[in-house]
Write a protein that binds this ligand. Structure first.
Ligand SMILES: [Cu+2]
Length: 88
């Protein structure tokens, strides 16, 4: 019984199925589609971020990220560097 549990655990690790944190935050300064593209492109290419989606109408961002690789504080700093502010 125990080895079955281990096999399953290993498969999960090999498969890279690390639980991603998915969270939505308000974001300040997003004014047009170009802002949206700029933020999303930057974040999606950052290590540890699986997905970033900005909603222009609601001025919110939905982030899917691996907390063991990147923290929300680090993501906030990246966003701030290009002139926007994440509200956490
Ligand atoms: Cu813009």
């Amino acid at each position: 019984m125990l080895w079955i549990v281990n096999v399953n655990l290993n498969l999960i690790l090999i498969g890279g199925k690390i639980p991603m944190k998915k969270e939505t935050y308000p974001i300040i300064g997003v004014e047009c589609a170009s802002c949206v593209r700029k933020i999303e492109t930057l974040l999606i290419n950052a290590d540890g971020i699986k997905n970033a989606s900005v909603n222009l109408a609601s001025e919110k961002i939905t982030l899917e990220y691996d907390e063991s690789k990147i923290s929300i504080e680090e993501i906030s700093k990246i966003i701030k560097k290009i002139g926007y502010e994440l509200v956490t």
